[in-house]
Design a protein around this ligand. Structure first.
Ligand SMILES: Cc1cc2nc3c(=O)[nH]c(=O)nc-3n(C[C@H](O)[C@H](O)[C@H](O)COP(=O)(O)OP(=O)(O)OC[C@H]3O[C@@H](n4cnc5c(N)ncnc54)[C@H](O)[C@@H]3O)c2cc1C
Length: 814
């Protein structure tokens, strides 16, 4: 008897592509049997069926690589487990570099891969040619060899996952489209289909390129857009053997692998063709889009450079299929902030086969465990904002995001499409001063200021980029005189109500029961003691607080607080747009502000961590004595309509005191010298404040036991096996970014989480976690021979726990 639609299921998975089948499979592995997968047509009929099947393992971050590695391991054993062949094998892969800069990127990847336990070898063009005899190598600089990279048959692999899910107890129904989502009190209650309704506790949106529309049914933003995506398959060619590794020539935008004795060649062209603007046809199943040889030409041109015999090879198939891309090129995973019980696993940016297994496992663990089992911030759906659901924005960005997959991932790389979406009210004024803007969650933010005569545009490199000296001058102005930052994009959350204090005391590791006018730097922890948010809490009145957090953390942090309100009489509102924020930072900041206000700014009257409402120029301003750059300074919270008048006044009176506009690159350099941590980089859900060196901000003896406290108490009982350490490179030349391996006495002990050039100390500074099974003691850090690996070369560094700049914070309290 074929299964029929039940009236209830614990979980409904929507979509029978690789993502949906993987989620269902992994839910059953975790013991959930009441799982229903609904597919509108047939298993794998959307995008999955025509994928090229490359299963690369190296990803941008540790945990995403862990998931990709897991995927390859699962595909390897899935046939034995389910009886369904997958076609998976591991021919390895060769990635070649045409330029020195690309080779540098590959070597950085190789260094990173070692931290992640992925086998990798840097090889010469000659060695690459021996592994790929049809390839031209005389124009290459070098290559990487990843012997464990694989390929698989996407349809068979998806069928194997589906079979595994059924064997585990899941029900899979094809030809059953979900037409609506029932939401009650902000929580998923069920789904609607033509065959009837199904009540459920959890929905998982694995609807591929349909996922945006499906999200809208529950008021959830799923920012993705389909794009046409191409490959060709040739007739059998001489010299092509079945054990040929996968070849990636990213400078030529292409990948190539063997297919039935011929070659399959596809790629990621720099300017893509978004598709589906008029909606996706309802009958789209096992369908392809029309051939477009003209558009494909840019790939073909490059392919024949690399493999000259391709020029005359007869083409058997031209595949043009739609795939979903997201605004930042990373997939979307996890429980949506807008609707409890509504999970998403979609937007795979053409790595859905490689990532499907791991993503399914991660989502299943999230559903069953109630929270992610590892730090998945890079792909967490809470990194997006509602404005990103706009199809116009998505369409424009998608033209760029396809090519972005294979473009060099330059440090500080900014997108060029769909820009100017969110601007501070001071945007035009900053632009007139030479600001070069970067983008964070849609906000245009001044990253650096060009000096007169210099175009405010990036020239990317792995070495010192064109703005290095500009940021250095801004940095020095902040240390020696005064810098002016536009920090308006910082997220401001207002929590108010009779039980606002109770909520915060439950959530914050610090004690926020302070008099109004005080600021507390604190972390919000999960049950394991991991850091879910790193922010400041300012008490404005007995029952009113303002929380200030990073721009990128806006959706995430608001969601974390809302989901822990627990029915308390307190309301959280994002008030970011209502106030501009100007940071006036540096030893002369007091002198600048004193020219515009009668308020007493002395340390006695206005100490560090105080917040006061003052008159400044002709505006009402909340001045907060706080800093992220390690100097005397104030953040001025100005109602948006008064921002221009305050800005103009500051610039006018600051000039002779050496006031200089400063951007986020200078801020990063200043904060890292002071070893100030950054959430999403140095802090995350797997790092506790004790490991992160933030024990000073924790009040274990606070009257209200806070979330995560027990985990910290337990962790305190034993030596810390993992600790955040600050590194200063001996040689003033090298630069640090992130993910560089850390070595101690020739043993790999950790990796950097962030890095920047410290312009005051004249060396690159990195922060990173170091692990040792017997504990990372102060002595362990102070002794030993430390090295940082940069692009496969190790450079000596000094390790320390204290900040390299002003470790006693004397300047901050001046
Ligand atoms: C040309 C090309 C080459 C590629 N090559 C590779 C590669 O080499 N390696 C790699 O890792 N990735 C590759 N990809 C990407 C990969 O194919 C996708 O990332 C992956 O298949 C996405 O899987 P999915 O499950 O998210 O989406 P889909 O496979 O599209 O699955 C979504 C399913 O949801 C169903 N659905 C939609 N709406 C509803 C509804 N309302 N009710 C019920 N069901 C619904 C659809 O019918 C569909 O079956 C390639 C993609 C293309 C286009």
């Amino acid at each position: 008897m074929p299964p029929t639609l039940p009236s209830h299921a614990r979980v409904v998975v929507i979509g029978g592509g690789i993502a949906g089948c993987s989620v269902a499979y992994h839910l059953t592995k975790l013991g959930w049997r009441d799982v229903l997968l609904l597919e509108r047509r047939d298993i794998s009929c959307g995008t999955t069926w025509h994928a090229a099947g490359l299963v690369g393992q190296l990803r941008a971050t540790h945990n995403l690589t862990r998931l990709a590695k897991y995927g390859a391991e699962l595909y390897e054993r899935l046939e034995g487990e389910t009886g369904q062949a997958t076609g998976f094998r591991r021919p390895g892969s060769v990635s070649v570099a045409r330029t020195a800069e690309r080779m540098h990127e590959l070597k950085r990847l190789a260094s990173m891969a070692r931290c992640f336990g992925v086998d990798v070898e840097v090889i010469t063009p000659g060695e690459a040619g021996r592994r790929w005899p049809l390839m031209r190598t005389d124009d290459l600089v070098g290559a990487l060899w990843l012997p464990r990279d694989g390929r698989t048959n996407p349809i068979d692999t998806t069928l194997a996952l589906a079979r595994g899910a059924r064997q585990g107890g899941a029900t899979i129904l094809e030809n059953t489209a979900v037409t609506g989502i029932r939401v009650v009190d902000g929580r998923v209650a069920g789904v609607t289909t033509a065959a009837g309704d199904v009540a459920c506790e959890v929905v998982v949106n694995c609807a591929g390129m349909w996922a945006r529309e499906l999200g809208l049914m529950a008021g959830v933003t799923v920012p993705l857009h389909p794009s046409e995506h191409f490959y060709i398959v040739t007739e059998p060619m001489a010299g092509v053997t079945s054990d040929l590794p996968v070849l990636r020539d990213t400078d030529g935008y292409i990948y190539v692998r063997e297919e039935v004795g011929g070659l399959l060649m596809g790629g990621f062209e720099p300017v893509a063709k978004p598709w589906g603007m008029a909606g996706i046809p309802t009958d789209f199943a096992f369908s392809l889009l029309p051939e477009d040889w003209e558009h494909f030409g840019v790939l073909m041109e490059q392919a024949v450079v690399r493999i000259p015999t391709l020029e005359t090879a007869p083409v058997r198939r031209h595949v043009n299929g739609p795939e979903s891309f997201t605004p930042d090129g990373r997939y979307l995973l996890g429980e949506a902030p807008e609707c409890r019980g509504f999970f998403v696993a979609a937007g795979f940016n053409s790595i859905g086969i490689a990532s499907g297994a791991g993503a399914g496992k991660a989502v299943a663990e999230w559903i069953v465990g109630g929270e992610p089992s590892m730090d998945l911030w890079d792909v967490d759906i809470r990194r997006v904002a509602p404005f990103q659901g706009n199809p116009r924005y998505l369409r424009e960005r998608t033209t760029e995001m396809v090519g972005a997959a294979y473009a060099v991932h330059w440090p500080f790389l900014q997108p060029v499409t769909a820009r100017g979406v969110r601007r501070s009210v001071l945007y035009e004024r900053l632009a007139a001063r030479g600001a070069c803007f970067g983008v964070t969650l849609g906000w245009e933010r001044a990253n650096w200021f060009a000096t007169p005569g210099m175009p405010p545009a990036y020239r990317y490199s792995y070495g010192r980029q064109n703005w290095f000296d500009c940021a250095a001058a801004e940095h020095r102005a902040v240390r020696e005189a005064v810098g002016l930052f536009d920090q308006s994009s910082f997220c401001k959350l207002r929590l108010e109500g009779p039980e606002a204090l109770d909520v915060l005391q439950r959530l914050c590791a610090g004690d926020v029961d302070v008099p109004p006018g005080r600021i507390v730097y604190t972390q919000l922890l999960n049950e394991r003691g991991g850091i879910e948010a790193d922010l400041t809490v300012t008490r404005l009145a007995a029952d009113v607080f303002v929380l200030v957090t990073a721009t990128a953390a806006a959706t995430h942090d608001a969601d974390w607080i809302r989901r822990h309100l627990g029915g308390a009489r307190a309301v959280l509102t994002d008030v970011t747009s209502s106030e501009a924020v100007l940071g006036v930072m540096g030893p002369r900041s007091r002198a600048v502000l004193a020219r515009l206000t009668d308020a007493d700014l002395s340390s006695d009257a206005f100490p560090f961590l105080a917040s006061r409402q003052i008159w400044l120029a002709s505006a009402p301003v909340r001045a907060a004595r706080i800093t992220y750059v390690g100097e005397l300074g104030w953040e001025l919270y100005v109602p948006t309509e008064f921002a221009a008048v305050v800005y103009d006044a500051l610039v006018a009176v600051g000039e002779d005191l050496g006031l200089r506009h400063a951007g986020y690159h200078a801020m990063d350099s200043l904060r890292i010298e002071k070893a100030y941590r950054s959430w999403g980089h140095d802090l995350g859900s797997e790092d506790t404040p004790l490991e992160a060196g933030l024990g000073f901000a924790v009040r274990l003896d606070k009257k209200t036991p806070f979330l995560g406290r027990d985990a910290l108490l337990a962790q305190r009982e034993a030596p810390l096996r993992r600790r955040l350490v600050v590194f200063v490179v001996d040689d003033p030349e090298p630069l640090l970014y992130h993910d560089e391996p850390v070595w101690r006495d020739g043993t790999l002990v950790g990796r950097l989480t962030s890095g920047a050039y410290g312009h005051t100390i004249g060396r690159a500074v990195g922060l990173g976690y170091v692990t040792h099974p017997d504990g990372v003691s102060d002595e362990f850090v102070a002794t030993g021979r430390w090295q940082i690996e940069i692009a496969c070369e190790r450079v000596p560094a000094r390790a320390q726990l204290a900040a390299p700049y002003d470790p006693k914070s004397l300047r901050v309290r001046a």
